[in-house]
Write a protein that binds this ligand. Sequence first.
Ligand code: PSU
Ligand code: MN
Length: 302
Amino acid sequence: MIDIHYSPEVADARASGAPLVALESTIITHGMPWPQNVETAREVEATIRAEGAVPATIAVLSGRLHVGLTDDELETLGQAKDVAKLSRADIAACIATGGTGATTVAATMIAAHLAGIRVFATGGIGGVHRGAETSFDISADLIELATTPVTVVAAGAKAILDLPKTLEVLETNGVPVIAYGQDDFPAFWSRASGLGAPLRMDSAEDIARAAETRTAMGLSGGQLVANPIPQEYEIAQEVIGPIIEAALDEAEAQGIKGKAVTPFLLDHIFRATDGASLTANIALVLNNARLGAGIARALAGK
Ligand code: PSU
Ligand code: MN
């Protein structure tokens, strides 16, 4: 078995059976600028504690897989330059060669599962990119959801992606997509995407029971819980739509490819909205942390 370095707080939680919520680190290194990235990571952790669960932020630091970061480690990672972005394809190589890397949704699910953590909260998942019919750019996050038994709470997927194709790939791969408290699949900055979600649930207990039922049936893979952004933080489609189009055009013009695509688009949109996209992003991550803690408590029977 791989040697996992647990923070003292996470080690205590494991020993006492306290509910745990995994958190990714790519959102810190590649999803938000400093210093809001570190401030948000701290606020997300505090929210999970306030809701009666324990946060476990995951990253690879100097070749060691960390589950739970200390405040110093969080701060250092948040300011570090040239941190690798790790998915299923590269997490083992990073550990083997003593590297430092931030975990995407896919890599965080893998690490959470190794640590026995069944819930993970984040902002948005990767998906099928627009133009995937020629670029073949489909996030490894979708395949991980089909493989690893972790429930992921996100605010849906960003409109930088092709949402209908993302839902099709999830369905093909047998991933339950559960909208929380509404019928529509949420679209990150907007509560509605105009696409009906395949499933709807209105309580953390139902989501926890569905995860347990899948395990009891021997079904592989996790669940995607799509939690709509709080209404007061929504960004109107008329505002964000043209900005997304411009970001996609710029990525195309600069020939951005592979794992650089998502961070490039996020940064472009942040600058084009004068930071409004970030305010919304922070609000929805905190909202997902609250729901993630509720699901973790239900799973732990607490
Ligand atoms: N979408 C967001 N914010 C993010 C990401 C996606 O709205 O920070 C990050 C997550 O870590 C996700 C990764 O797992 O990007 C997906 O990257 P790719 O599209 O290269 O698979
Ligand atoms: Mn990709």
